[in-house]
Ligand binder design. Sequence first.
Ligand code: IPM
Ligand code: MN
Length: 365
Amino acid sequence: MKFSLAVLPGDGIGPDVTAEALKVLRVVAEKFGHQFDFEYGLVGGIAIDHSGEALTEDTLKMCQQAQAVLLGAVGGPKWDDPQAKVRPEDGLLALRKSLGLFANLRPVKVFPMLVNSTNLKPEVIEGVDFIFVRELTGGLYFGEPKKQWRTPQGRRAVDSMAYSEQEIERIVRVGFELARTRSKKLISVDKANVLESSRLWRQVAVEVAEDYPDIELEHMLVDACAMRLIQNPKYLDVLVTENTFGDILTDEASMLAGSMGMLPSASLAGVPREGVAIFGLYEPIHGSAPRHAGQNDSNPIATILSVAMMLRYSLDLPEEAGTVEKAVEEVLDEGYRTYDIMSEGKTKVGTREMGELIARKVRGK
Ligand code: IPM
Ligand code: MN
């Protein structure tokens, strides 16, 4: 089959890790007889340097015409001035909003061979396997009013955590659908004891639950969820939450997997269902790590696993996706580690070596 894919490497280590993910994709194409046509575009700081905009019309159009988008990372100290008119992150946010990518899936799976690479006790994290469904185009990130202004008493600023019932309903449905394919339990995370938007969230979740009598719905307050993630993460399976809560909780959750460099993500424009290809953008959850850019030491696994998610959700190629995931597992099993997941007795490798090892495993199957 033939697919057209947009590739936006972005800033910092973005180009380093996307190069390895593309290496793996090329091997997938060869092995399974597909054709992937890659088109490259600019987003983030590098786009600002070229055009003054973090996301240009051309790049957006290119993404709209593709079946899926692969993104590295955006941002860096060069563009970090709080006074700046345009920031690299604006490009990513504009992409998510303009492409209608409301459903951000962030799976957190602890690989058995990495249980000793984290700060937590192995018995707490062994077997951890859950998935966050983060709402991605609403809440504090986009709600109006959103501004900073001067008053006689000094400066003030406001962001708005705004949600419509339609926005809540569609994301909660993603949670229920995923729960159906897993343990049939859904945890909806909110702050309904304080926030009005959370009270609406909870009401809508309860209403949508009527369509899913086979799924058990539990509400969890976001502060309790932050605690539970560390105290007993094995309890969790499918969680659905609003944008900012999801942003914060998934960085926390990444520490269970040993490193930010291990966690992939999919941002989808629809509800994932087996056998249906949905447009999506795929990126590691980590940032641009500017100090590591071009150093050949970053962990490309999060991006490679993001490509596996792309194969599964946007290209409807589950076998190919599984092959990539298995290759990652086997390379880790053989003891290869980038610096962020390194432990005694293991073999330290760089970004390119890790990409090569995984690509070779895919080819070998
Ligand atoms: C993420 C990132 C982004 C976010 C930034 C880069 C805008 O932290 O994808 O989690 O806050 O959503
Ligand atoms: Mn984040």
